[in-house]
Design a binder for this molecule. Structure first.
Ligand SMILES: C[S@@+](CC[C@H](N)C(=O)[O-])C[C@H]1O[C@@H](n2cnc3c(N)ncnc32)[C@H](O)[C@@H]1O
Length: 347
């Protein structure tokens, strides 16, 4: 059964948003003002992150292919971009909450780090039950819901510090993790729809993947000498949870029990330039759209010149955007923190 809806664009209100470093949620309509004028049927989101841009494009009826090297981003995409049929019903929920025998990995590894003993017991139990589901899209929906519950139940939604240093008593912190999980399932179920296309989710390094699409959207981590763009450091717990910590070596000496960050050429100055050049070359036959910010390297001028090597027409739009996350969160409201967001379009 495919979930038909009357108007794709109305469906965007059901995007399950959480805080995600670098998310374009707040500027999506500004991006669409420019991207919407271009002619394209297929859209490749090479650094999908929260998947908000891809979900928006799915709601515009485009054929969407997403990619991100973080597994928890990929699983979210699989749940609401690739999946157009499956939902989690009340029988599944009952099954997911069932008592079971599990290895107690989270309870023993993350004791007194992020969650209470009771919450860790819940996570071990549900994670085990998810692995017993026999449908890949139900698994993706359940995992994405569990990730959302973990992020909601965590102060600031990140995993870089022990305990609840920033617990401000907001409603999200007062709900139980189980309540968050069930609510998240309902939210994710509503986000599932069919847009007349076969959409696809991928989980590779963007430098190692070849996807053909009319429009390729590049929103890599922004390199700045000051800020932190390490997604694993921030989100290692939910990334490990999705992978069930399989193939992952926890750094036992780290107080938050994180693991080694994935290498990304975009995170370092020495490699960011050639990484961009390689991507532009690989996608030279598509329209290329890039989101980048004014405090990052390469600079606006450099990036424009690099894109001009492969594209005959390059336009740059400025979109004002104040970051509310990252190392500079204490400066919210400060004018110096007004980073300009650029949208480059190479045709
Ligand atoms: C700025 S965020 C993307 C935000 C996204 N457009 C949104 O609106 O939520 C950058 C993303 O690139 C991913 N990433 C970083 N290096 C990567 C690489 N080499 N290959 C694939 N994904 C990568 C990160 O995991 C992160 O999700």
């Amino acid at each position: 059964m495919q979930l038909e809806i009357e108007n794709f664009t109305d469906q965007f209100q059901y995007f399950p948003g959480t805080r995600y470093m670098g998310s374009k949620n707040k500027i999506i309509s500004n991006l669409w003002k420019h991207i919407g004028k271009l002619e394209f049927d297929s859209f490749f989101d090479a650094f999908a992150g929260s998947n908000v841009v891809s979900y928006f494009m799915k709601c515009q009826g485009k054929k969407v292919i997403t990619n991100d090297f973080m597994s928890f981003s990929y699983i979210t995409s699989k749940a609401i971009i690739e999946n157009s049929t499956e939902q989690i019903d009340s029988k599944d929920i009952k099954f997911l909450l069932k008592k079971n025998k599990n290895n107690g990995f989270i309870q023993s590894t993350f004791q007194d780090i992020f969650y209470s003993a009771e919450e860790n017991e819940f996570l071990d139990r549900v994670r085990r039950n998810i692995s017993l589901l026999d449908n890949e899209y139900k698994i993706a929906l359940a995992l994405a819901s569990l990730v959302r519950a973990c992020v909601k139940k965590r102060s600031r939604g990140i995993f870089t510090f022990v305990g609840e240093r920033y617990n401000d008593g907001r409603a999200d912190m007062r709900k139980t993790i189980e309540e968050h999980f069930i609510e998240s399932i309902q939210i994710f179920n509503k986000a599932v729809f069919y847009n007349d296309q076969q959409n696809k989710s991928k989980n590779k390094r963007s430098e190692n993947i070849t996807v053909k699409a009319d429009l390729v959207y590049l929103d890599p981590p922004y390199f700045t000498p000051k800020s932190d763009n390490d997604y694993v450091r921030r989100y290692h717990f939910v990334e490990g949870l999705v992978k069930n910590w399989e193939g992952i070596e926890i750094q036992e000496h780290s107080i938050v029990k994180k693991f080694e960050s994935y290498k990304s050429p975009f995170a370092k100055k020495e490699t960011a330039y050639s990484a961009f050049d390689d991507l532009f070359k690989k996608h030279k036959d598509s329209i290329i759209a890039i989101s980048y910010s004014s405090n990052s390297l390469p600079t606006k001028k450099e990036l424009t010149e690099m894109l001009c090597k492969y594209k005959s027409k390059v336009e740059v739009y400025e979109i004002n955007h104040t970051y509310s996350m990252g190392n500079q969160s204490h400066k919210i409201g400060n004018k110096n923190n007004r980073v300009k967001e650029y949208l480059f379009i190479g045709k």
